[in-house]
Ligand binder design. Structure first.
Ligand code: MN
Length: 372
């Protein structure tokens, strides 16, 4: 019997985005975007008629989450028409008496399964011919994973589909230099002979493609971008376990906001205008960190602030760094710095006449270095 799963993780609800000096309105949008995305994910799972929604850890950012956030999250999850399986990640790790898991236990609806224990979770009672095998995190850091309890196939409950769900790093795929994120290896996951593994923790999907067949494991990555180190647009996996052995998965883009880092060379106010035309369509869903370099005439240099403000108004957020943007090198400037008979004067004047601003600036900078 085929089983359709929506696999996500790492939404980090309750992140406050105080790490950057975002204006208050931007911060609120960043916070809200994550709830909107969860609602869209649930909508997608319904539209796609998934029977199982797997959240492979770090749905919440901290183990001490405001009660209102928990209730709001439960209310969104409750709209899913199938069965939801929620694994504790290393950010929302399981603490039996902690406020998060106590609240989740008391507010959970029938179809919400909290994968907090190291045992098999047969889903036959929910009408699904599947068993889940979780590796729940019980702290923020651990040098060992939680796969050890999983019984060999011969000792497992019988079912068509056996699905492992874990949160942590995978050697060679996730950065974990100090082995502190419940590290796993591909060989270890494969040796456990699951039909399918849903993994969380790494913020980039794996494999990084839109469609795939059977894989040793899938990592969903973040469904909603959360900072400038996120260079993708946020995905979830839609997986269909077609029979006992085979599966096919496709990635669906779910992110609303987009973070981009751009470096741009500008030589006139026209370049700033075209930059604005290029970036403005990204509109109010985009946060941009813009580094400007190059050189502008004295007039254009002074006009840059107003131009950037116009661009800023069209985006959700714009952070600019123009520390490497300089004023244009004019004959007067060359004459003021180098004697007429000198080599730099000669070279710079020739490059200026040739109309090659990039070469001119390189030469100017080099000459300037030598002069120091
Ligand atoms: Mn994590």
């Amino acid at each position: 019997m085929p089983l359709k799963i929506l696999h996500t993780a790492d939404l980090h609800l309750g992140m406050t985005f105080k790490n950057r000096s975002y204006p208050e309105t931007v911060r609120e949008q960043l916070i809200e975007a994550r709830f909107d995305t969860l609602a869209r994910i649930v909508g997608l799972a319904n539209t796609e008629q998934c029977a199982l929604l797997v959240i492979a850890g770090d749905l919440f950012h901290r183990p001490n989450i405001a009660a209102t956030t928990i209730t709001r999250t439960i209310n969104i999850l409750e709209r899913f028409q199938g069965c939801t399986a929620l694994l504790p990640g290393n950010h929302d790790y399981y603490d039996h008496d902690g406020p998060l898991w106590r609240a989740l236990r008391s507010e959970a609806f029938d179809e919400l399964i909290l994968l907090t224990e190291e045992h098999a979770y047969p889903l036959q009672d929910y009408g699904l011919d599947a068993v889940l095998y979780p590796a729940p995190c019980d702290k923020k850091h651990s040098s060992t994973n939680r796969l050890g309890w999983i019984d060999p196939p011969s000792e497992r409950p019988s079912a068509c589909h056996h699905i492992g769900i874990a949160h942590g790093s995978v050697q060679g795929i996730s950065p974990d230099l100090e082995d502190q994120y419940f590290p796993m290896t591909t060989a270890e996951l494969s040796a456990l002979k699951m039909q399918h593994w849903c993994l969380g923790h790494t913020h980039v999907r794996h494999p990084d493609c839109n469609e795939t067949g059977q894989q040793p494991f899938l990592i969903s990555g973040v469904p909603e971008p959360d900072g400038f180190d996120c260079r993708h647009s946020g995905y979830v996996w839609l997986t269909e376990l077609t029979d006992k052995k085979n599966s096919s998965s496709c990635a669906v883009e779910t992110g609303r906001l987009r973070f981009r880092e751009i470096e741009k060379k500008v030589y006139s106010v026209a370049d700033l205008d075209s930059l604005q035309q290029e970036l403005a369509p990204e509109g109010e869903r985009t946060l941009i960190k813009l580094k400007l370099c190059g050189a502008l005439s004295d007039t254009d240099f002074r006009a840059r602030g107003a131009r950037l403000n116009t661009l800023r108004d069209q985006l959700l957020y714009l952070e600019t760094d123009d520390s490497e943007l300089t004023v244009e090198i004019t004959p007067e400037l060359i004459a003021a710095r180098y004697p007429e008979s000198s080599f730099p004067h000669h070279l710079l004047t020739r490059l200026a006449k040739r109309g090659d601003p990039e070469a001119l600036h390189l030469a100017y900078r080099l000459a300037d270095e030598v002069k120091k």
